[in-house]
Design a protein around this ligand. Structure first.
Ligand SMILES: [Zn+2]
Length: 276
């Protein structure tokens, strides 16, 4: 009796010590990469079809596109958006009308009827659900990720983060994480950090990637126009960044937001709750 109890206790202690002893050292991304990065492209812009898709194809990378579904490019190039999804790129939810808080600094461009300050929680929830339906009509998928337009989440004074968390596995958040990358295990999958370049050159883009590799973590780029439109990065600098990623495939895993966050979620779920 004593012996069997001892055996049970010993097994328990061994199990707990193995579980709690788990650390980042036990983790690796696919192919043994030290870090992971997602290339995300927002707002459904014509340069995504014209420039980004051919560039990603050249290096065989898959990107994540967060189109604003009211964007004219979705209507005009519907066959190309469908083909892009069919070729393994991800289409994520970025709402239909891209509502942002007009009251925030630099947001004068927000149309009064797309002002998140005037949305109710029901209104934003309905819009997000409609975006899911429209995206499903384009790519046939049901499970999806989300990216907060303008990284805003307050509608009429209330956060819609709880609704997003109930509908999506993961969500891309802040655009100011360039200098302060999080530890892998501290990343909240409902607030995944991101950096949105704006006129930055290849050196800056590559520097960000090197920072992700050195910190052995995971982050995302939020791109808008490539060689066109707004918050843009030149076609040449974007291409140099892809070339750098291609040359460093052994160190950094480049995959869609859904692939990387699904992978991280399965790892975090295997972890005791001590850090969450
Ligand atoms: Zn956007």
């Amino acid at each position: 009796m004593i012996n069997s109890k001892l055996i049970i206790y010993s097994c328990l202690i061994l199990t707990l010590s193995v579980a709690f002893g788990q650390s980042k050292k036990d983790f690796s991304w696919p192919n043994g990469a030290k870090a992971a990065v997602c290339l995300t492209y927002d707002d459904g812009l014509p340069s995504h079809i014209k420039t980004v898709v051919p560039a990603l194809k050249k290096y065989n990378f898959k990107g994540t596109f967060y189109p604003t579904l009211a964007s004219s490019s979705i209507y005009e190039d519907m066959d190309k958006w469908k083909a892009l999804a069919n070729n393994g790129h991800e289409l994520g939810n970025h709402t239909v009308y891209h509502p942002c808080q007009k009251s925030a600094a630099g947001m004068d461009w927000v149309k009064p009827y797309h002002d998140l300050d005037n949305y109710t929680l029901d209104q934003i929830s309905e819009e997000i659900k409609l975006a899911n339906t429209m995206l499903m009509a384009i790519d046939g998928e049901k499970d999806r990720t989300f990216a907060y337009p303008c990284a805003h989440h307050i509608a009429s004074g209330k956060s819609y983060r709880p609704f997003v968390a109930s509908q999506f596995l993961s969500a891309r958040d802040s655009s100011e994480a360039r200098e302060a990358l999080l530890e892998l295990l501290d990343i909240d999958l409902n607030k995944v950090p991101s950096w949105a370049p704006n006129g930055h050159n290849a050196e800056a883009l590559i520097g960000y990637i090197q920072n992700i590799i050195e910190n052995e973590t995971f982050s995302t780029f939020t791109f808008h126009g490539i060689g066109a439109e707004y918050l843009s990065v030149s076609k040449e600098d974007h291409e140099k960044m892809l070339k750098f990623l291609d040359a460093n495939r052994d160190k950094i895993w480049v995959a869609t937001f859904k692939q990387t966050t699904d992978y991280l979620a399965s790892y975090k779920n295997s972890f005791p709750k001590k850090r969450e």
